[in-house]
Design a protein. Structure first.
Length: 535
């Protein structure tokens, strides 16, 4: 998880696919390699996809169906309003669906699975000091247990990463990176110990071909639709995981880690929680979803290390917050608009893009710099327009900061600034009540009847206003109420998440074959963090 590209290049075929993706055009190397990197988010995704049931009823069995595996979808748009017909697809790209929604697949999970296969079968795989005389395979362990265990390790490590930027003991000056300001409570997560059990059986591989790995199966799997609304998402988890609506909502919080990728799924690459947060396990996903109701609670996420000297504290005692509000440091209201990605003939897939207000250069000019609030956007404008002389040699102002500028004398009122937060239908459907048509396009709410958007001539809909999802859940709350509860109470969500993640890891498994295993590993911490950081 720390060096995923090194891990990728350590396995047969890894260097070749690494170079293949690097050669793709239009986007930066980091984004292209994210499509195949065996990173933290991919490990968690692999764990879920392994536990998706096959038609036989088996799940969590250490096998993947390879249909759609290795597809590379074009980054460019097509169809109405573009220069390219959607039928024009050249090598090495794959053609997406013409119109209607399709289920997810296991696309590009083979590389993280191949890395884990090296760990599974080679006793000398990985860093020196971790080697053993006998491989996991030779000692009788199952691949399915390894994949389940790896998912738990990824959750534990992403939680540890979140906690690294918090202040659990109060021995560091506030605020820390994951706190809004010095008055904020600790963002530390006390992750409950999972009830991990081993004894899962591996499936029998059934793929043919020279390069078919031992974890490849031709058995059909039941995958969820990435275009479904709240009802479709709840129905899927009920039918194939036996989750109630609250459990489904708790599991979806895993989207706090990682991001979609155009090359893998055609969905836009912006993450659910922002680039600087997508490696940290917390409830920010829920906080951003419920902001669709229009409450003035949003802060734009920025990396304060970009505008302070590099020898300043990186975790706590920050003079500039990572949570950026308006000119006076107050949170502001955001709204979602739905974006036609224009990668299918129907105009899809569809992303929910978060938009907010800019920062008024005029108002900032009227505030003494000594009076700037720690959350004031004026700090960013001043620093990025005129860097302090003593910081200029080390200064790395984000290039997009000046895109947030507006000239309003009485403040910025137009919500026309993309906040680099993106959701998909299943996320928003747990909170908002809307339908989808046969193509997967959201319908039924104010803002979704905008004709230029419906006709695919314009990328974005108008601002969306929907009724809340009133589906009842155990305990008497509505589904929207559960999402709001998780946004307000991180501890409650974490408790529910660990319970449902444990349940997921035994989906389709013969439970009489399972036995409890020691969990002392769960309190382990990465011991070389001084040399490594996600920021």
């Amino acid at each position: 998880m720390i060096k995923p590209y090194d891990a990728l290049k350590s396995i047969p075929g890894g260097s070749e696919v690494h170079d293949k993706y690097l050669s793709l055009e239009h986007v930066g190397s980091h984004m292209k390699l994210d499509a195949i990197a065996p990173n933290m988010a991919k490990i968690i995704r692999l764990t879920f996809h392994d536990c998706v049931k096959e038609t036989s009823g088996a799940g969590c069995n250490g096998c993947l169906n390879f249909e759609g595996m290795g597809n590379i979808y074009e980054f460019d748009t097509c169809g109405k309003g573009t220069k390219r017909d959607c039928s024009e697809v050249a090598e090495p790209f794959s053609k997406g669906p013409k119109t209607g929604p399709s289920a997810t697949d296991n696309n590009n999970l083979q590389w993280v699975a191949r890395v884990l296969e090296g760990l599974y079968k080679d006793p000398n795989y990985g860093p020196a000091g971790l080697n053993s005389e006998v491989s996991l395979f030779e000692s009788g362990k199952s691949r399915a247990d390894l994949w389940a265990f790896a998912g738990l390790v990824a959750v534990q490590f992403s939680t540890e990463t979140n906690n690294h930027y918090c202040n659990p003991t109060g021995d560091k000056p506030a605020p820390c990176f994951n706190q809004i300001n010095k008055d904020s409570p600790s963002c530390f997560i006390d992750l409950p110990t999972p009830e991990f059990r081993s004894g899962r059986s591996d499936c029998l591989p059934s793929c043919t071909g020279e390069n078919s790995p031992d974890f490849c199966t031709s058995n059909e799997e039941f995958h969820p639709s990435p275009h479904g609304n709240g009802d479709a998402t709840i129905d899927f988890f009920k039918e194939h995981f036996d989750f109630n609506p609250k459990e489904a909502a708790a599991l979806m919080g895993v989207h706090t880690v990682g991001h979609p990728q155009e090359f893998n799924s055609m969905f836009r690459h912006y993450s659910w929680t922002g680039r600087i947060q997508r490696t940290m396990f917390n409830n920010l996903y829920y906080r951003f979803v419920v902001e669709a109701a229009g409450s003035p609670t949003h802060y734009r996420l920025m990396n304060p290390m970009k505008i302070v000297a590099m020898d300043k504290p990186k975790e706590c005692g920050l003079k500039v917050s990572a949570f950026v509000g308006d000119e006076f440091g107050n949170p502001f209201t955001v709204k979602y608009r739905i974006r036609n990605e224009k990668r299918t003939e129907a105009g899809g897939p569809w992303d929910w893009s978060m938009f907010g207000v800019g920062c008024s250069r005029v108002i900032c000019a009227g505030i003494d710099t000594a009076d700037y609030h720690i959350n004031s956007c004026c700090r960013w404008l001043d620093a990025c327009i005129s860097p302090p002389k003593d910081l200029r040699p080390k200064f790395k102002c984000p290039s997009n900061v000046l895109q947030y500028v507006c000239e309003g004398e009485e403040g910025c009122t137009d919500r026309n600034i993309f906040q680099k937060i993106s959701m998909i239908n299943p996320d928003m459907g747990l909170f908002l009540n809307f339908t989808t048509n046969a193509d997967g396009r959201p319908t039924g709410c104010k803002g979704m009847d905008y004709k230029p958007w419906l006709n695919n001539w314009q990328k974005h809909s108008e601002e969306i206003e929907c009724e809340l999802n009133q589906t009842p859940t155990p305990g008497g709350q509505t589904l929207a109420g559960v999402m709001q509860h998780y946004a307000d109470d991180q501890t409650s969500w974490i408790k529910d998440f660990v319970a449902v993640f444990d349940k997921m890891l035994e989906n389709g498994v013969e439970k009489e074959n399972l036995s409890n295993v020691p969990t002392a590993w769960f309190s382990a911490e990465f011991d070389d963090r001084k040399k490594w950081s996600f920021l």
